[in-house]
Design a protein around this ligand. Structure first.
Ligand SMILES: C[S@@+](CC[C@H](N)C(=O)[O-])C[C@H]1O[C@@H](n2cnc3c(N)ncnc32)[C@H](O)[C@@H]1O
Length: 259
């Protein structure tokens, strides 16, 4: 299949001055074409996307929705809204939009306004996301919210529902430019540090830290030693918390007051 694709691309005549798609591949080393994608069920009955070439999933195999609720909603959102009626949130790697949707549903129930910035340079195809059936057992209102999230345009702030705005940014973490001292909460949901070590560095955590308010909260599912050290080195106080099913620990970082 890969050979056929190469033959097809080689034989396709491409106008001068437009880079051949294969010349762009080194810019996206983890996205080598064709990358097989499989929909797989997880332990709680919700599905996720598995990338066999990376041996990596978008969510935990022990439960996609369970992991998102545990790491991002309960350990992050629920703490960040304490004493507030409005928060600003940044998600690194919004993928299928599951975290955006769970946050929006939670915010509606709790009467919290959210200004959500979602970074995702390689969004999955909407049909692939819909096939994961995240909203199968949800109320019609929640299903509508998911569709609004899915179809929200990139690079412009959109109102998804009353009190919830979404700004999707189609850019990589390495290149994005974020407002300083802006975010109350960060969901750090990159592929694992073994797969994309270049994203779990003190430099990039430092850049994210600059975009956060003092005492802002960052949550992530990885509690690897190098991740905790990189967060400490970039100005976070670390809390190791019990992890979701299948993981002993997760990490919450609190942005310390001085930059
Ligand atoms: C673990 S998945 C995120 C799952 C997602 N939060 C969800 O709920 O579906 C990691 C995401 O990071 C994105 N990603 C990969 N490289 C990136 C980069 N350099 N900058 C920002 N995002 C990146 C991937 O495209 C993928 O969607």
């Amino acid at each position: 299949m890969e050979i056929n694709l190469i033959k097809t691309l080689k034989s396709t005549s491409i106008p001068k001055n437009i880079p051949h798609p294969f010349l762009l591949l080194p810019l996206f080393p983890y996205l080598r074409l064709p990358m097989e994608r499989q929909k797989i069920p997880t332990g709680d009955g919700s599905s996720t996307i598995f990338l066999p070439e990376l041996n990596e999933c978008y969510h935990s195999r022990f439960g996609a929705v369970t992991e998102s609720m545990h790491v991002f909603i309960h350990a992050g959102f629920d703490l960040a809204i304490t004493g507030k009626d409005k928060i600003s949130l940044f998600e690194m790697g919004s993928g299928t939009g599951l975290n955006i949707w769970l946050t929006c549903c939670s915010a509606i129930k709790k009467g919290i306004s959210v200004d959500y910035t979602a970074l995702e340079p390689f969004p999955p195809d909407p049909d692939e996301i819909l096939s994961l059936n995240y909203t199968k057992e949800s109320e019609p209102g929640e299903k509508k919210v998911f569709e609004e999230i899915l179809h929200a345009p990139s690079n412009i702030k959109t109102q998804i529902c009353k009190g919830f705005t979404l700004h999707k940014i189609s850019q990589t973490l390495e290149k994005v430019s974020l407002k300083e001292h802006y975010f109350d909460l960060v969901y750090f949901d990159a592929f694992g540090p073994e797969v994309q070590p270049e994203l779990w560095t003190p430099e990039l955590f430092g850049m994210i830290g600059k975009s956060m308010k003092p005492e802002g909260i960052l949550v992530t599912y990885s509690a690897k030693g190098t991740v905790k050290q990189a967060l400490r080195n970039s100005g976070f106080r670390i809390e190791r918390l019990p992890g979701p099913p299948g993981k002993r620990h997760m990490v919450r970082g609190i942005k310390q007051s001085s930059d």
